[in-house]
Design a protein around this ligand. Structure first.
Ligand code: GDP
Ligand code: CO
Length: 395
């Protein structure tokens, strides 16, 4: 792959946020080009990318998605990555989960690739979290894991650890274009190849998020939600540094990846607020604004890459209500962040009321946060899951 080096990097304490990097070639081949030493371009060799793929788990959170889409996503993920499907689809009256497992089984018959699948509401999974003292992920009343995409991400991180992977990436099950999925994984791997710190995150930035209109396709650059989330995340940084910035362009990037070393020490916010919260938490914890409990991270720094995909992002349209909910959750975590001052809080309240998302006199809800997965004893956790045969393994 041939990718721009980050032309600008914003520093916030020990956090390095690299500006968006464009891809010149998705595949840069084996042959040396005549002029190989262009200092602003990084050539990442195929075998370097493949080496990372072997160490990478791809988590696919899924809830009631079309099986055809799920199968397409599976087909786009490089064979050497382990696939971890975390499902929260219904099991009765129609057993959608079983249909997903069957899809994986059929896929396995012909590909023999390694895959794990688990149901978010499996009582034995909740029990394993309970026994290892990780109650944050449980729904108080039901004694099961709570609904939510972030909850699925944590389950995914834990399973990536049980199979001893070094990196974990997240790809939604509702992606229409398998070729795009394939590119997301390559981009993750490229980011890990470029990283200098072991604490690294790679976020995909969409070149286009096309919309279908009567008159055809329109290649839209920004989603409305991302635009607003990015604006406020950038304001958080600007308010602390005193310099306006537009560095964050991936506040809501569902498709992103981390080194396990970083994924392990982060805290997570429930549901759809996870993606912006990860950034906020990194800024809070490693931005040098307060004493840290992770001196080793401060020393090495946290690196955040934002890579612009060549493929447009096509996914299921979940409707206006879903978008409003996403924006409310994103702005809520910013509002409740210790980095957000009174001024910014009132700007956020105005934004929410002007978009008819929240009444002016109401406080945005504070989504539950979940402590670092590192606190979970991985041996006990794995043993419990294996004893209860909680997850199905293919390969
Ligand atoms: P968007 O693409 O960010 O607008 O959100 P989506 O509704 O497409 O959700 C992103 C991904 O997470 C999709 O693959 C969903 O099927 C999946 N998802 C949403 N909620 C849950 C959940 O509670 N549990 C699990 N396991 N997956 C979920
Ligand atoms: Co989607």
């Amino acid at each position: 792959m041939r990718v721009e080096i980050p032309l600008y990097t914003e520093r916030f304490g020990s956090v390095m946020i690299h500006d968006v990097q464009r891809i010149l070639e998705l595949d840069s081949g084996k042959r040396e080009a005549a002029e190989e030493n262009i200092t602003t371009i990084h050539k990442i060799e195929r075998d370097e990318i493949e080496k990372v793929e072997d160490r990478l788990a791809i988590v696919i959170p899924v809830k009631e998605e079309k099986l055809k889409l799920l199968e397409g996503v599976l087909s786009g993920i490089p064979h050497d990555c382990v696939v971890i499907v975390v499902s929260n689809s219904q099991r009765s009256p129609i057993n959608r989960f079983k249909m997903e497992v069957d899809t994986l089984a059929r896929f396995y018959r012909f590909t023999r690739r390694k895959m794990l699948v688990i149901h978010q509401k499996d009582p034995a999974l909740a029990l394993a979290f309970h026994e290892t003292g990780y109650l944050d992920i449980l729904d108080g009343e039901e004694k099961l894991v709570r609904d939510g995409k972030a909850e699925a991400m944590i389950i995914g991180i834990m399973l990536a650890k049980t199979v001893s992977k070094d990196f974990v990436g997240f790809i939604d099950a509702d992606n229409y274009i398998p070729g795009a999925v394939n590119e997301y994984v390559k981009n993750f791997a490229a980011g890990f190849c470029m990283a200098e710190s072991p604490y690294v995150m790679v976020r995909n930035s969409w070149k286009y998020k096309p919309k279908v209109y009567d008159r055809g396709l329109y290649f839209k650059k920004w989603g409305r939600i991302s635009e607003t989330t990015n604006k406020y995340l950038n304001l958080i940084i600007s308010n602390h540094t005193g310099f306006e910035t537009e560095i964050i362009k991936t506040g809501n990037a569902g498709e992103h990846a981390m080194s396990i070393q970083l994924a392990d020490i982060l805290k997570y916010s429930s549901g759809f607020s996870a993606e912006p919260f990860e950034l906020l938490y990194i800024l809070e914890e490693f931005g040098g604004l307060k004493p840290t409990s992770h001196p080793e991270v401060i020393e090495r720094g946290v690196e955040i890459f934002q890579i612009e995909t060549r493929n447009p992002h096509f996914h299921e349209d979940k409707g206006e209500k879903h978008l409003k909910e996403m924006l409310l959750m994103s702005l809520s975590v910013i509002y409740h962040s210790p980095l957000c001052d009174q001024n910014l809080k009132s700007t956020i309240l105005n934004e929410l009321s002007s978009q008819n998302i929240l009444d002016k006199n109401l406080q945005p809800p504070k989504p539950p946060t979940m402590s670092s997965p590192k606190s979970i004893n991985i041996q006990t956790f794995t043993k419990r899951l294996e004893e209860a045969k909680t997850f199905t393994v293919f390969g």
